[in-house]
Ligand binder design. Structure first.
Ligand code: URA
Ligand code: SF4
Length: 194
């Protein structure tokens, strides 16, 4: 645990990229460090920046109250974080430079938690994780809900399942239905590898 606390402390004052200039709080991530399921979003938004916790705003409401329930998960039994730990101004996409500067934290978190299943939420998280695991990048519309098996010395054996970002449901009801099917399958995948 000490190692984790050390990294959280380091991140809380991190100035490795420009996002440090406009953030209120660093949103490191939260959840069970024994979680089998590890969720990765894009970046903190307005509410997350204020509270210092991931997925507590509108997208969080969809994730917590609908999607996790469909999968049969309690929020407390999964680990949740983002690709970058500080809010980009006006919720713009994080740049490649910011993603790279922040990646060591995400890498540490994955190695520390050692999940069996990583769910990437949206294109930014999916492309970041795909590039780390040398998977061929594809748009989320083509690969959502598919399970990619990884066997790695560094990370052990795990599955990666990309799906849409929960915020997409706020403006796209069609995708919202597809997303619900993905989450039903995500629950089934986890139970099949337990
Ligand atoms: N969107 C994200 O990608 N992450 C959050 O924590 C909140 C909204
Ligand atoms: Fe540091 Fe990541 Fe925040 Fe950039 S986004 S300042 S790298 S914690």
């Amino acid at each position: 645990m000490e190692e984790l606390e050390e990294v959280i402390r380091e991140a809380s004052v991190c100035k490795k990229c420009k996002l440090s200039e406009s953030r209120t709080n660093v949103v490191f991530g939260e959840g069970s460090t024994k979680a089998k399921t590890f969720l990765i979003g894009e970046a903190p938004g307005f509410n997350e920046d204020k509270e210092g916790k991931p997925f507590v705003g509108q997208a969080g409401k969809i994730l917590n109250e609908t999607l996790l329930k469909i999968a049969g998960f309690e929020r407390s039994e999964v680990y949740i974080t983002n690709v970058v730990k500080c809010r980009p101004p006006n919720n713009r996409e994080p740049t490649q430079e910011e993603i790279e500067a922040c990646f060591p934290y995400l890498d540490f978190q994955i190695k520390f938690v050692k999940p069996k299943l990583i769910v990437t939420l949206g294109n930014v998280a999916t492309s970041t994780i795909f590039s780390r695991f040398n998977l061929k990048p594809k748009p989320i519309s083509q690969i959502h809900g598919q399970s990619f098996s990884i066997n790695s010395l560094l990370y052990g054996s795990l599955r990666i399942v990309p799906t849409y970002h929960p915020a997409t449901a706020l403006y796209n009801p069609k995708v919202s239905e597809i997303m619900k099917k993905d989450w039903k399958m995500i629950g089934e995948i986890l139970r099949s590898i337990k």
